[in-house]
Write a protein that binds this ligand. Structure first.
Ligand code: ADP
Length: 234
C-alpha cells in the first residue's frame, strides 16, 4: 500500500432483506482507488452498481467488510460525521442533475458551502470560480431552466467541485444528455482528471466507460478488473 488510497474496500458484502427473502447484491467486493485515478465502474442493469455507488458515497453501509475513505473507517462514523464526509470529501454528480430550479447557477453551486458553514462572500467567490472552471463564467445568474442539459450538468459538476472534495462520484452523468453534451461533460471529466482530481464514474455504457484510464466491471455483485478495449460491446 502506498497510503494514498482514497477508496479502500475490503470484502464488502451487501445483503438486502425483503421480508424473509435475502438477496446478496454485493459479494465480497474489494477495490482500491488511488488519489488522481479516473476509474469507471461498468456493468449491466441489476449488477450492483447503484449499491456500490451508495456505499462509496456513504449513502448506505455495507452488511460486512470494510470501507476506508481517505484512511478513515466509515463504519466507525455516526450520522453527523457521515453527513460531513458526504458534504466535504465527496462531490456527487447524478444523472438527473439535481439542481434547485428556483436558484441561479451560482446559488446552486454555493449550496454545499452553505451546509459547510462558509461565509457569504467567500461562498460567492468560490462558486463563481467553480463555474468559470467548467466554462460557465457567463451563465452564473441563469436558472437551470435557462440552460441546456449539458450546461446544467456542468453546473452540477461545479457544485461537486466547489468544496475541493477528495473524489468526484459521478453516477450515469451523461444518461440524460444528447451526444454533443455527453462529449462536453466527458471532456470536462478528462480535464478534471488531468488536473489531479480523483474520479469514479458509474455507467452502463461502454463508450462512456472507455474514457476512464481504468475500468472495473461489476457482474452479479462481484468485481472484475479490465480494460474495455476489445471487451464485450453494448
Ligand atoms: P444496478 O445499479 O447495477 O442496476 P443495483 O445495485 O440497483 O444494480 O441492484 C443490484 C441488485 O440488488 C438487483 O438485483 C436489485 O433488484 C437488488 N436491490 C437493489 N436495491 C434493493 C433493495 N433496497 N431491496 C432489495 N433488493 C434490492
Amino acid at each position: 500500500m502506498t497510503g494514498e488510497a482514497i477508496i479502500s474496500l475490503r470484502e464488502v458484502c451487501k445483503l438486502y432483506r425483503t421480508g424473509v427473502i435475502e438477496f446478496e447484491a454485493l459479494r465480497g467486493v474489494s477495490l482500491d482507488v488511488e488519489a488522481g485515478e479516473y476509474v469507471a465502474i461498468v456493468g449491466p442493469s441489476g449488477s450492483g452498481k447503484s449499491t456500490l455507488m451508495n456505499i462509496l458515497g456513504c449513502l448506505d453501509v455495507a452488511s460486512s467488510g470494510s470501507y476506508r475513505l481517505a484512511g478513515d473507517d466509515v463504519a466507525e462514523m455516526d450520522e453527523e460525521e457521515l453527513a460531513d464526509i458526504r458534504n466535504q470529501r465527496i462531490g456527487f454528480v447524478f444523472q438527473q442533475f439535481n439542481l434547485l430550479p428556483s436558484l441561479s447557477a451560482v446559488r446552486n453551486v454555493e449550496l454545499p458551502l452553505v451546509y459547510a458553514g462558509v461565509g457569504r462572500d467567500e461562498r460567492r467567490e468560490r462558486a463563481a470560480a467553480a463555474l468559470a472552471r467548467v466554462g460557465l463564467a457567463d451563465r452564473v445568474d441563469h436558472r437551470p431552466g435557462e440552460l441546456s442539459g449539458g450546461q446544467q450538468q456542468r453546473v452540477a459538476v461545479a457544485r461537486a467541485l466547489v468544496t475541493e472534495p477528495a473524489m468526484i462520484l459521478a453516477d450515469e452523468p451523461t444518461g440524460n444528455l444528447d451526444s454533443h453534451s455527453t462529449a462536453d461533460v466527458l471532456d470536462l471529466l478528462d480535464e478534471l482528471c488531468a488536473t489531479g482530481r480523483t474520479i469514479v464514474l458509474i455507467t452502463h455504457e461502454n463508450a462512456v466507460a472507455d474514457r476512464a484510464r481504468r475500468t472495473v466491471r461489476v457482474f452479479d455483485g462481484a468485481l472484475e478488473e479490465g480494460t474495455l478495449s476489445g471487451a464485450v460491446t453494448a
